[in-house]
Structures are given as structure tokens and as C-alpha cells.
Design a protein around this ligand. Structure first.
Ligand SMILES: [Zn+2]
Length: 312
């Protein structure tokens, strides 16, 4: 475990926010989420270092194996819908070009983008996920953004779907993103939204915190400051995808927390994952998203205009 300073302002002056344990893998280890007193960034401190973190990602970690696990027709349909939506979001208004997906898992999104004409590349830390993506014919690198063998200004689009909050050094990664973008290129990033309704309702059991895998939670003002420091301008921010899923997952944790009878637990969990539940609540989440109150938020950025001018 390592103790860290705030990634945004670099100072070590934080207040305790929540104590939590790993709800995915179980265990008794307690993790501490803190909030920077200066800028408001929420982060895990102390946290597993780069060598330790892999052990907190089970081999069946959902994003690495999602396409294998989606089995019922309803789940398959909803998964396909969300994947198509990601493609529309990433490609909106652009002609096909070179795309890099950071944290690509087994490559479902890349395959979809390839099918509609994009030249796709992926990057992930997880060896098994990279192998799986390789078997599916994708060009995927195992490692970090800094290890990539591409020169600056190589990509028209970079995407990070629910990845930034997992990284040990978001600021350096965002700076690398800004370098890798072609002038006029676009960076799309989706991440948990602590300014939404769920964080207020669920608090320490909000799945956006997912300790110890989520090392950061970014309130909007901290994210804007990080983007600016990294040399990225925000073009838009909207709740577009995944909020209802994150919310349902938080409900699951609420059931774990408050219902002790295993059979009641099972019944309730089954209920919140039925299509009827999903569609009954859909209008509510639709409206919540309109007001940026959803649990997941998508930012679209370009290289900042000052950086573009510097490069001439
Ligand atoms: Zn700070």
C-alpha cells in the first residue's frame, strides 16, 4: 500500500470521507476514501500500488469478459444497445479514422467500431483481456498509455470507458491523451458522476466508489481543472450511458447491506435485474440524465486551443 498526495493540486491535506471494504471480492481489509481539503478531489488513501492492484481484479472481472457472460436474451439486447450507443457517441459527427480505446478489455467496443470502418487499436493492463482481444483479431497492447509505440498526434479519437477512475495517475494519463490526439481530434471519457443523485442517496455504498478498484472519484470542478492542466478543452458533458446500470448495482449493494435473510436477498436481487424493473424505471433515469443527475457522465474533449496554437 502507498500513501499519496492529491493528484490535482499535489498537496497532502485531506479529510476522511468513507471507510469501505471490497464488495466484489469480499475480505475484511478496510479502505479509506478521503477528500482533498483544497480542491475537493476524492481519492483512496492509502491505496494498493501498481504492483498490488492486479490482485483486486478477479479473473472474471466483468469488463474483461463481458461478452462471454451476457447470456439471457434481455441482457444481450441491453448490452448490444449500450455498445451501439458507445459507438454513436464516439463517432458522432466524425468520418472514420484511427481510434485508440484505453482500457479496452476483451475488445467488444473496438470490434463494433472496426465494423463501421474505423482503424482500431486497444490498450489494457490485463494480460488475459489482451490475449482474448488478440484472438479476436484486434491490435491490442498490454501496458500503459506511456508504453505505447505511437508518436504524438497519432489518433483521431481516444476513448476511455469507465477507466480514468482506475488509474494511479490520472493527470499524467490525460496529458498523454492530449499528446496522442491529432489536432482537432476528440477524446471521449465516461466515468462515475459524484454530482449525480445516487451519490447523495447511497453515500458510502454507491458503486461509483468501488474500492479499491476506483482510486479516484472526480467531482465536476476537479475534472474540469484536471482537463485544463492536461491541455484538454471540454466540448460537452452529458449523462449518456450506463447510469441506470450503475444505479442498479448500488441497489444490489444496498440489499446486501440491509437484508440479512439470504432468500429475501436473492428474490430482491432477481427483481431489480428483470426487464420489467428496467423499463418501469427507464423514464425516471431518462429525465435524471437530462439534468446531469445520472450516476455516469460522459465528457467530450479536444486539445486545448492554446496547445494547438503552440504547436502552430
Ligand atoms: Zn487537491
Amino acid at each position: 500500500m502507498e500513501a499519496v498526495a492529491c493528484n490535482l493540486c499535489g498537496i497532502e491535506n485531506s479529510e476522511p470521507l468513507f471507510r469501505g471494504r471490497d464488495r466484489l471480492l469480499g475480505g475484511t481489509q478496510i479502505f479509506h476514501s478521503v477528500r482533498c481539503r483544497s480542491c475537493g478531489l476524492i481519492y483512496l488513501n492509502p491505496r494498493p500500488d501498481l504492483d498490488e492492484i492486479a490482485r483486486y481484479y478477479p479473473a472474471e472481472y466483468e469488463p474483461f469478459t463481458r461478452y462471454k457472460r451476457v447470456q439471457s436474451w434481455a441482457a444481450r439486447l441491453s448490452y448490444q444497445r449500450s455498445m451501439n450507443k458507445k459507438c454513436r457517441i464516439a463517432a458522432y459527427g466524425l468520418k472514420p479514422g484511427r481510434l485508440l480505446d484505453v482500457g479496452c478489455g476483451s475488445g467488444d467496443f473496438l470490434l463494433k467500431m472496426q465494423q463501421v470502418g474505423w482503424e482500431v487499436y486497444g490498450l489494457d493492463l490485463n494480460a488475459a483481456a489482451c490475449e482474448e482481444a488478440g484472438r479476436r483479431g484486434l491490435e491490442v497492447f498490454q501496458g500503459q498509455l506511456f508504453d505505447l509505440p505511437y508518436p504524438d498526434h497519432s489518433f483521431d479519437v481516444l476513448t476511455m470507458w469507465d477507466v480514468l477512475e482506475h488509474l494511479h495517475d490520472p493527470l499524467s494519463n490525460l496529458k498523454r491523451v492530449a499528446q496522442l490526439l491529432k489536432p482537432g481530434g476528440r477524446f471521449t471519457v465516461t466515468l462515475p458522476n459524484p454530482d449525480g443523485l445516487d451519490f447523495r442517496i447511497f453515500g458510502r455504498i454507491w458503486t461509483g466508489l468501488d474500492v479499491p478498484r476506483h482510486l479516484y472519484v472526480f467531482p465536476r470542478k476537479t475534472l474540469m481543472a484536471l482537463f485544463q492542466k492536461a491541455g484538454l478543452d471540454v466540448v460537452s458533458s452529458r449523462c449518456m450511458t450506463g447510469g441506470q446500470r450503475v444505479s442498479t448495482w448500488s441497489l444490489e449493494w444496498l440489499i446486501d447491506e440491509h437484508i440479512s435473510d439470504p432468500s429475501h436477498q436473492r428474490r430482491l436481487k432477481k427483481m431489480i435485474y428483470t426487464p420489467v424493473w428496467y423499463w418501469a424505471w427507464r423514464p425516471f433515469y431518462f429525465i435524471l440524465d437530462l439534468f446531469r443527475g445520472g450516476s455516469s457522465i460522459t465528457y467530450k474533449c479536444t486539445q486545448s486551443s492554446s496547445r494547438t496554437l503552440e504547436k502552430g
